[in-house]
Design a protein around this ligand. Sequence first.
Ligand code: NDP
Ligand code: 8X3
Length: 253
Amino acid sequence: MTKTALITGATSGIGKATAIAFAKHNINLIICGRRRDRLETLQQELSSLVQVHILSFDVRDKAAVSSQLDSLPTAFQNIDILINNAGNAHGLDTIQDGNVDDWDAMIDINVKGLLYVSKAIIPNMIKNKSGHIINIGSTAGKEVYPNGNVYCASKHAVDAINKGMRIDLNPYGIRVGAIHPGLVETEFSNVRFKGDDQRADNVYKGFDPLKPEDIADIIAFVVTRPYHVNIADLIVLPTAQASSTIVNKDLGD
Ligand code: NDP
Ligand code: 8X3
């Protein structure tokens, strides 16, 4: 039977690439993000392959998350796969120079937003005794790097929530796993550096970073394994990257 996936953060980067990969695997889509125009363009692009529904909301808005998910058309109410992907870093500062609004954004989006969306979708998975949740963490959820403090904390929280979800949903046969990418060239650094695109571009200069499609391919592989196989935790790095702080730029791009 055709499955339905809800992807948060589908307007850009990893989420958008995952929507495209899923459409090629004949998985119906609920694509989410704040930039509705981008969702509409993606819907047009993919609707010849699968059914695509748009939900435009800010994951920080608890009421909007629950009302949007409560208002899904019948054909989209049974969500088999949840990709908790929406998130970003805001700023790259020492803890003493950190901006409190940036801290709020990262905790509210990357942690609380993921929880709000999950809270709305898990009950139906429990009822079905079936479902698959993939949480997009980060290498920043496995190690802390200079100036990464609160972003790293938010992704460590995703790592812990992923493990907690897997334990608590185990009685219901729900698959839960996380994918933790290293450096992926998306709009991530443009957001982190608040529109300083040159600084953002420099992050990915001098080596061959991951592309969003690399992560999307892996997510598609994970969700298409036989149901008794749960890929629980996966770190994916560009070959040039050994850790958050060690990137070999001698190889070139
Ligand atoms: P992008 O900036 O390209 O995409 C971020 C996505 O998140 C957008 O679709 C954006 O949609 C959505 N989003 C951000 N804030 C909100 C919000 N408040 N409400 C709803 N949606 C929101 O970055 P990536 O694709 O790289 O990031 C996707 C995930 O991957 C994030 O969780 C990130 O932390 C993680 N990651 C990224 C890595 C990288 O190097 N790029 C490495 C490791 C992990 P919109 O703005 O339209 O709302
Ligand atoms: C994004 C990768 O290294 O900027 O999570 O934290 S990094």
